[in-house]
Design a protein around this ligand. Structure first.
Ligand code: 4AD
Ligand code: MG
Length: 507
């Protein structure tokens, strides 16, 4: 039997065998320090010449990053170590060597393409390890929440004969000679099942042929779509709020190590515990244009301040780099020099990010100030809007023409529909889209025509309105968007094991 790093505290002072991979190593004259990873965590293992003898010591010296091995030794408490323990190795066995592993322990030294091309190996790095564990927690929390609330999980089909979210971004395929699509959304099937089970949720892969190379779009992503009979959009919003709060709190509670590894400022996540502001589309536009303040904050003024702050920060970081370079030139021991060199690299990349921000903000301000009523929000508009709120915000009552055919018209005002988007704070933007569903058969018939959708393919869906139609609502959460927000990651490519996006099918 071997032990796992995560369970070592039960073996303090005893012999234990660990099996894993070399994450990092450092060799001195008499000791080899291996940072072992075994999937459950990371741990320092010390192989000393005195303990293992010359022959074994020499063979351990030839280990390198990602070589696999088993190590047996004594578990020693050591507060200085991550995880609080260390293994004093008495013997070890090498499984597989790993000459010249192409990714360094500090993955930030590599370019994005280098890492993305090696996703199958990149998954082993500490940061990716942490992200995938948060993803796992988010998935489990979602199931916990809905199961606890009395929802029934359903699997919607992947091959579909009809579009749900408009025809522009459908992946077409051949289904035994018949044209078919791979699903954009399980919602329409979810609506059928909600009429059978009351409250359901789907949890499955969905596909969008968006040729948009943005940090927020994948071609294949996982969506969770609850659908509830007898729910109005107000009840829908209550549920969205409770749900998002539950999932984030579950991560805060159960992913402390992971979030720390990622350097996540968790105080920014704690704000899920404040009430989520609900703002109509019309008001959100006033906020965007700077015509309406939120608790004394003006969206345009906030951006202007962000810009000024970024400029100051760039100058400070440049001065910091200069001082470190000077100190290195003046002479420094190897340890501190290495430390300062990597700090300089980090500062340079922070400056590059800030410079990009400085280039972007003026355009964002311009587009927000000139935002036309009736348009959908772009990435930057969502960024501006969320900056003035200290919690996730729900925007409701959207212009009919930017939303899908199935959304219910606002009573007496067919120019608006009862849609709702949940925007995550700090610029993360839309993570949930939902609505109350149209139940009026005549309105639906008209909408299907207006959206230029083939009527015969929607006949089965219309049956839901012909037989015991009831008010109902639902929403869709993008799993990767949620993980991105919880982990504070710039790009969705890191939130899914093997991303499928425009221009990326391998590995
Ligand atoms: O807003 P969307 O398109 O809504 C629907 O699909 C509805 N049928 C949901 C429903 O009411 N049952 O997508 C829902 C969510 C978005 O808020 C976003 O989080 C995510 O799915 N999403 C994407 N995630 C990654 N890449 C993409 N290309 C995405 N498109 C949507
Ligand atoms: Mg949407």
């Amino acid at each position: 039997m071997h032990q796992y790093i995560s369970g070592l505290s039960a073996h303090e002072g005893q012999q234990a065998t660990l099996k894993g991979w070399v994450y990092n190593m450092r060799v001195s004259k008499t000791n080899i320090f291996i940072e072992l990873r075994d999937g459950s965590g990371f741990l320092q293992c010390v192989i000393s010449l005195d303990e293992v003898g010359e022959e074994a010591f020499e063979s351990a010296k030839r280990l390198s990053r990602e070589a696999s091995l088993s190590l047996t030794g004594e578990v020693i408490k050591d507060e200085k170590q991550i995880g609080g323990y260390e293994l004093r190795v008495t013997s070890f066995e090498i499984y597989g060597q790993s000459p010249e592993f192409p990714i360094q322990a500090n993955e930030t030294v590599h370019g994005v393409r280098h890492l993305a091309d090696r996703r199958h190996l990149w998954l082993r790095s500490k940061r990716q390890w942490a992200i995938m564990r948060v993803r796992n927690r988010v998935i489990m929390a979602i199931h916990e929440f809905f199961q606890e609330e009395g929802f029934v999980q359903m699997d919607a089909p992947i091959f579909t004969g009809n579009a749900c979210e408009g025809t522009t971004d459908l992946f077409e395929t051949d289904f035994f000679g018949q044209p078919a699509y791979i699903s954009q959304s399980g919602q329409l099937y979810g609506e059928a099942m909600a009429m059978a089970q009351g409250k359901i949720y789907t949890f499955g892969p969905t596909f969008r042929a968006e040729k948009s190379n943005t940090p927020r779009h994948l071609a294949e992503f996982w969506m969770i779509e609850p659908e509830m009979a007898f729910y109005t959009n107000e009840m829908n919003m209550d549920l969205i709020e409770k749900f998002a709060r539950f999932v984030v709190n579950s991560c805060l509670e159960k992913c402390k190590v992971e979030l720390e590894t990622l350097g996540r400022d968790t105080s920014r996540l704690e704000m899920v515990n404040k009430p989520f502001p609900r703002v109509s589309y019309d008001d959100s536009i006033k906020i965007l244009r700077g015509e309406m303040d939120v608790e004394g904050k003006n969206a345009i003024a906030v951006q202007e301040k962000d810009l000024a702050d970024a400029k100051v920060a760039i100058e400070e970081k440049k001065a910091d780099i200069e001082a470190r370079e000077k100190a290195i030139k003046a002479g420094m021991k190897k340890g501190p020099r290495k430390f300062n060199e990597s700090k300089i690299l980090a500062l340079r990349s922070e400056i590059a990010d800030l410079e990009e921000l400085c280039r972007n903000i003026p355009g964002w301000i311009e587009s927000a100030a000139n935002f036309k009523h009736g348009e959908d929000f772009g990435d930057s508009d969502e960024k501006l809007l969320t900056r003035v709120f200290d919690a996730p915000v729900m925007v409701y009552n959207w212009p009919t023409k930017v939303k899908a055919f199935y959304m219910k018209e606002v009573d007496g005002d067919p120019d608006y529909v009862k849609g709702v988007d949940l925007l995550a704070p700090d610029g993360f933007g839309e993570i949930v889209g939902g609505s109350e569903r149209e139940t009026d058969l005549d309105v639906l018939l008209r909408k299907i025509k207006e959206h230029d959708l083939p009527m015969e393919e929607f006949e089965w869906y219309l049956d839901l309105r012909r037989f015991g139609s009831v008010p109902h609502s639902g929403f869709g959460l993008g799993l990767e968007r949620m993980v991105r927000w919880v982990c504070d990651i710039h790009h969705l490519r890191e939130t899914i094991p093997f991303p499928r996006r425009y221009g990326r099918l391998l590995p």
